[in-house]
Design a protein around this ligand. Sequence first.
Ligand SMILES: [Zn+2]
Length: 184
Amino acid sequence: MHLWCIGIRGFRRLHKEGHVGLSLILFSPFMLLFRSLNADMTYVLITCVLMAAFSSLPDIDIELQGEYGIKHRGITHTFLFGIGVGILLGILMSYAYASLGWLMGFIAGFGSTASHILGDTFTFEQFSPFSPFSSMEVSFGLFGSSNKIVNNFMLGLGVIVFLISYEPSIFWQIFRTIKEISGI
Ligand SMILES: [Zn+2]
C-alpha cells in the first residue's frame, strides 16, 4: 500500500459525488475564461451542468458487466468512448441549439468521460484509458475509490470553485462572512 494512502481499499468505483466535484473543478477555469471573453454564460453553464451530469456514465459498465464481454473499467473508461459520447451528445444538442449545440454537446460528453478517467486514476485499480491505441495501464493509487471523505471533499470543493468562477464576487462574500464569524 502506498505511503501517501489516505483511505482504504473499498468498492471499485469513485462515487458519483467525487466525479461531479472533479468535473466542476476541471470546468471552472474555462468558465472564468469564457466570462473574461464576455461569452453568453447561459451556454457555458448548460455545458458545465451536462458535463457534471454525465460524469458517472462510464460506470454504466458495472450494471452491464458480463454482457457483450463488458468488464468494469474496460471500454467505457477510454478516451475513445469519450469521443463517442461527445459526438452523440453533440448531435442531440445541435437540435436544441442550432449554432453552438454540437460544440456544447461534444465538450460536455468528452469532458465528462475525460474527467471520470482522471478521477479513477487517483484510485488503486489500474485500467487502460488509451485502449485500443495503447494498453498502458494507469493508477496513481492515492486513495480507495469509496473513500467518503475524499468523495465529499471533492464535491464540496467542486461546488465552491464552480460558484466562485461563475460569479467571482461570491469569493469576497464568503471571505467577508468568514471574517465576520471569526471576528477578525
Ligand atoms: Zn469509473
